[in-house]
Design a protein around this ligand. Structure first.
Ligand code: PMP
Length: 394
C-alpha cells in the first residue's frame, strides 16, 4: 500500500533551519524560523510560565482527561484576552486545540461541515501553512491582493477589489495583527471598510491571531478581531499562545466560533467538541493550564505582561535601528517601512536571487520570499545586515 505514496513537498522554513545548522560560518545570522529570540539568540521560557510550572508541579493532583474542549477555565481566560467585552460570553463557543495550527485546521473542518461549497479567501501572501492545509483538505482557495511590493505596505485598493468577488457562504481569512509573512497591517479605518464589505456580501470572516502583544500592545493588537466579532453575525477565530506565552512546543491554541445569535452557541460548541473528538479526542492540557494560571493570577499576569512588553519593545527597537542604519547607508527613506511594520516579520520585497546572495555571501538566512525575522537580530548584527543589504543592491 505504501508504494502508492508520493513525496510531499518539504517545508521551506524547516529546510532553511537545517541549512543554517549545517553552515560552518561562525558569523552566520538566522533570520528564518518564526521564533522569538532575545539579544543572546536564546528563546527564553517566560518568567511567569516558569513560575506557573513550579506551582503546577506542587498543586496538580491528577493527569486524568479534561473535557473534549479542554479545561473550560482556559477557554474563559483566552476568550477574555482575545475578545475583551466585545461580545457576550454566551455567544462564544470555544475549544482548546494543539497550537494555533490545530485551531486553524479545526476551523477549516468546521467550515467544510457547515458549507462544503465554501471558498476560503486568503491574503497573497499568507502563512504558507494556511495554503498547504487548505490544499490538503481540498478546500477551494482564492488569493486576494495584499502586499504592495512598491510601498511594502498593504495594497488596500487591490485587496478590496479582489474581495468584491466574495459570495455569501464564502470565508475571508485575515491575520488579526502582525501579518505573517509581510509585517504590513491594515489600519482601523481599513478594518472598518473591510467589515462593511463582509457584511454587504454575507461572507464569514476567519481571524488567525498568533501574535497578540507583539505589535502595538495586548489590547491594541486585539482591536481588529474585536471589531469584527462585534460587527459580523458570525466569525471564526484561531488563537495561538505559542509566541506571546513563549510555549511553542506545548501546542496551545484555542478555536472560537462566535455567533451573534446566542441560541446557536450550543450547536457550535457541540460541533467543536465533535471535531476535537474525531481528530485527537482531548486537546493537550499542560500549556493551556499554564496560560490559565498566568492569566488568572494577578501577580503572574502582571509579570507576563511586563515581559511581553520587553519582548515587543525589543523588536520595535531593532526595527528602528535597522531602518535608520539603512537610511544612513542608502541615503534614502526607502527602508522606512521596516519601522512601520509590526510583529516579528518584515518582508523586504526583494527577489529570491538576492535572498540567496545574502545567504551565500554573508551567511544571512531569511525565507526565500525575503521575510526576515526581526527577533533574529541584535544590536550588533543590525549594522552587519544593513551593510549586506546595501552591498547586495537591494
Ligand atoms: N498562524 C500564523 C499566522 C502563524 O504565524 C503561526 C505560527 N507560525 C500559527 C498560526 C500557529 O502557530 P502554532 O501552531 O505554533 O501555535
Amino acid at each position: 500500500m505504501f508504494e502508492t505514496l508520493k513525496e510531499q513537498p518539504a517545508d521551506k522554513i524547516l529546510m532553511l533551519m537545517q541549512a543554517f545548522k549545517e553552515d560552518p560560518r561562525e558569523d552566520k545570522i538566522d533570520l528564518g524560523v518564526g521564533v522569538y529570540k532575545d539579544a543572546t539568540g536564546n528563546t527564553p521560557v517566560m518568567r511567569a510560565i516558569k513560575a506557573a510550572e513550579k506551582q503546577l508541579w506542587e498543586v496538580e493532583t491528577t493527569k486524568a482527561y479534561t473535557g473534549l474542549a479542554g479545561d473550560p477555565a482556559y477557554g474563559d481566560a483566552m476568550i477574555a484576552l482575545v475578545l475583551g467585552d466585545a461580545v457576550p460570553r454566551a455567544n462564544v463557543a470555544a475549544a482548546a486545540t494543539p497550537g494555533g495550527t490545530g485551531a486553524v485546521r479545526q476551523a477549516f473542518d468546521m467550515i467544510k461541515m457547515a458549507n462544503p461549497a465554501a471558498r476560503v479567501f486568503v491574503s497573497d501572501p499568507t502563512w504558507p501553512n494556511h495554503l498547504s492545509i487548505l490544499k490538503h483538505m481540498q478546500i477551494e482557495t482564492v488569493m486576494y491582493r495584499y502586499f504592495d511590493n512598491e510601498t511594502r505596505g498593504v495594497d488596500f485598493d487591490g485587496m478590496m477589489a479582489d474581495l468584491d468577488q466574495v459570495r455569501a457562504g464564502d470565508v475571508v481569512l485575515v491575520h488579526g495583527c502582525c501579518h505573517n509573512p509581510t509585517g504590513a497591517n491594515l489600519n482601523m479605518g481599513q478594518w472598518k471598510e473591510l467589515v462593511a464589505l463582509l457584511l454587504k456580501k454575507g461572507a464569514t470572516p476567519m481571524v488567525d491571531i498568533a501574535y497578540q502583544g507583539f505589535g502595538d500592545g495586548l489590547e491594541e493588537d486585539a482591536q481588529a478581531v474585536r471589531l469584527i466579532a462585534k460587527s459580523c453575525p458570525e466569525v471564526l477565530i484561531a488563537a495561538s499562545c505559542s509566541k506571546n506565552f513563549g510555549i511553542y512546543r506545548e501546542r496551545t491554541g484555542l478555536l472560537m466560533a462566535v455567533s451573534n445569535d446566542a441560541s446557536r452557541q450550543k450547536m457550535n460548541q457541540g460541533t467543536l467538541n465533535y471535531l476535537n473528538r474525531q481528530n485527537f479526542s482531548f486537546p493537550p492540557d499542560h500549556g493551556a493550564r499554564l496560560v490559565t494560571m498566568v492569566l488568572t493570577d494577578p501577580a503572574l499576569r502582571a509579570d507576563w505582561m511586563a515581559e511581553l512588553e520587553e519582548v515587543r519593545n525589543s523588536m520595535l527597537g531593532l526595527r528602528e535601528q535597522l531602518a535608520s542604519e539603512l537610511q544612513r547607508l542608502s541615503g534614502s527613506d526607502r527602508f522606512g517601512f521596516i519601522a512601520q511594520h509590526r510583529g516579528m516579520f518584515s518582508r523586504l520585497g526583494t527577489t529570491p536571487e538576492l535572498v540567496e546572495k545574502l545567504r551565500a555571501d554573508h551567511g544571512i538566512y531569511m525565507v526565500g520570499d525575503s521575510r526576515l525575522n526581526i527577533a533574529g537580530l541584535n544590536k550588533t548584527t543590525v549594522p552587519i545586515l544593513a551593510a549586506a543589504i546595501i552591498k547586495a543592491g537591494i
